[in-house]
Design a binder for this molecule. Structure first.
Ligand SMILES: Nc1ncnc2c1ncn2[C@@H]1O[C@H](COP(=O)(O)OP(=O)(O)OP(=O)(O)O)[C@@H](O)[C@H]1O
Length: 215
């Protein structure tokens, strides 16, 4: 589904990674590993159209997303991508429910999907609360609920369990695994050996030319 070809990224004279090749299919969960500063988040940002690579291609179903104009980029973010990032990407001043409802254009079962998603992440009945009144871990779980409502085909997660206790971290991983089993491609940047173990494959960022290997 996603084919990264000979991708390189430099900031000024500093090359983070060069000629990086990797593939992620629907139904596959891939861990991006590597030391702090290796460029895991930067790679996720490139795949998520938040940053541009210096050279190379990122093919999604045959189209090079690095060459998308504004309109195609907006459509790709809206129809394909789901983010689970440290900054949560939630609308701070809106309620939990409002943040979930914008994730889908399908009106028919929107209410029940939002309710089920909140229940799944342990936030049942919290729909009217404002995002900025929630704790960091609660906001992270709202971001996960939004993914459940949206059901994106490509999910990008950056340290998705960093702010969470053990039980909630397990819930987040289980949920990502379920979404992957249902057909989504999931890419997770992580330092956690545990998360790496739950993935189908791992890719070490920064080690030039590394191939995808099993966990
Ligand atoms: N916009 C930018 N301009 C210059 N340097 C940047 C920019 N964004 C990131 N960097 C640098 O690129 C390097 C890689 O950062 P990145 O956050 O991608 O690493 P990471 O592997 O995700 O690290 P960590 O595991 O600590 O989260 C860092 O040294 C960072 O300072």
């Amino acid at each position: 589904m996603i084919l990264v070809k000979e991708l390189s990224k430099s900031f000024g004279r500093r090359t983070l990674w060069a000629n990086l090749d990797l593939t992620v299919a629907g139904g596959q969960m891939l861990a991006l590993t590597g030391p702090s500063g290796a460029g895991k988040s930067t790679l996720l940002n490139c795949i998520g159209l938040l940053e541009s690579p210096t050279s190379g291609q990122i093919l999604y179903e045959g189209a090079d997303i690095t060459r998308f104009g504004k309109r195609a980029g907006r459509r790709f973010r809206r129809d394909v991508l789901g983010y689970l990032f440290q900054s949560y990407a939630l609308i701070e001043n809106a309620t939990v429910a409002e943040n979930l409802e914008i994730a889908t254009t399908v009106r028919a079962d929107r209410r029940s999907r939002c309710r089920d998603a909140l229940e799944r992440v342990g936030l049942a009945g919290r729909d009217k609360e404002k995002i900025h009144h929630l704790s960091g871990g609660e906001q992270q779980r709202v971001a996960l609920a939004r993914l459940l409502v949206k059901r994106p085909s490509l999910i990008l997660a950056d340290e998705p369990t960093a702010a969470l206790d053990t039980a909630n971290a397990a819930m987040v991983l289980d949920t990502l695994r379920e979404m992957s089993d249902a057909g989504s491609a999931v890419i997770i940047a992580t330092h956690s050996e545990h998360i790496r173990g739950r993935c189908d494959a791992a890719f070490e960022v920064g080690a030039v030319g590394t191939a995808v290997t099993g966990p």
